[in-house]
Design a protein around this ligand. Structure first.
Ligand SMILES: C[S@@+](CC[C@H](N)C(=O)[O-])C[C@H]1O[C@@H](n2cnc3c(N)ncnc32)[C@H](O)[C@@H]1O
Length: 265
């Protein structure tokens, strides 16, 4: 890793990138042949993947509305992804125009697109940094320009933690972020799982990518919420977390858990 915590400085178009695979599967245009091939392979091994990623994005929107509706005015979105409409700050600012958002991603393409989108926007920042060094994220001067860790913060770890291997100690990563947060803060998290179907073939697609896919069970995902209290309905497959429309077809097969929790103590 480089001194600023980013995993890569160069844009690598020879291997599929998680952000670009995700963009392709959501119908975006910011991707290359390698990403499209990986996305097609994923869809062949897990036919509901596109529905699942849309459901993940819908979960993210509902969770953002929930935390902002609960009074939080600062969001730290780690693992932002490529811009897709509506973006987190747009969803949040519809509920409360004074919300501030720090976007953090370790992919230079995400960072470049995000900076272009947000240039001149005083209430958001776009930071190139790596979740695997959570203290560097918390201490980053640009994060600090919009996030005051003395006031409640909602940390968004949506579809990112499954890119960390067990050896990268994701539980410690989340604990470091939790310890930086005051009471009244929230954790919004979603995570891929093999609990509903065998996803070994999907994992294999990521073996060629810049990050591996680490599926985790319900109990393993729930442990990330240690020190937080899950709000109703607890950890759920993303379409079933406080749905505001009927769940899409094949929802029962969607291998992504989502949950929102509050730090009380
Ligand atoms: C699947 S996308 C999720 C985007 C968005 N959070 C959502 O759920 O719609 C995962 C994002 O996490 C980023 N990412 C993966 N590993 C990361 C790391 N160690 N540090 C920071 N960002 C990371 C990828 O570059 C990608 O943009």
């Amino acid at each position: 890793m480089t001194h600023d915590g980013s995993g890569a400085k160069e844009i690598d178009t020879s291997r599929p990138h998680p952000a670009r695979i995700y963009d392709y599967l959501l119908g975006g245009k910011d991707n290359y042949d390698v990403d499209r091939r990986a996305g097609d392979e994923l869809a062949a091994t897990a036919p509901e993947v596109r529905i699942g990623l849309r459901a993940n994005r819908a979960f993210l929107r509902r969770a953002v509305r929930y935390v902002v509706g609960s009074g939080v005015r600062q969001l730290l979105d780690i693992g932002t992804g490529l811009p897709t409409s509506p973006n987190v700050h747009e969803v949040a600012q519809e509920v409360a125009p004074d919300v501030r958002v720090a976007y953090v991603d370790n992919d230079p393409i995400v960072s470049a697109h995000g900076s272009a989108l947000l240039s001149g926007c005083g209430t958001t920042r776009n930071v190139l940094a790596d979740l695997r060094d959570p203290q560097a994220v918390v201490d980053h001067p640009e994060v600090r320009q919009v996030i005051d860790f003395d006031e409640p913060v909602a940390v968004l770890l949506v579809a990112i933690l499954h890119f960390l291997t067990d050896a990268e100690k994701p539980e410690q990563v989340v604990a470091t972020l939790r310890d930086a947060l005051p009471a009244g803060s929230f954790l919004v998290l979603s995570h891929a799982t093999g609990d509903f179907a065998d996803r070994t073939a999907a994992q294999a697609v990521y073996n060629k990518a810049t990050a591996t896919l680490n599926l985790r069970s319900r109990a393993e995902v729930e442990r990330f919420f240690d020190g937080f209290d899950l709000v109703e309905p607890g950890l759920a497959q993303v379409p079933y977390w406080r749905p505001d429309t009927p769940p899409p077809p094949r929802s029962g097969e969607i291998g992504i858990y989502g949950g929102v929790a509050r730090k009380t103590g």
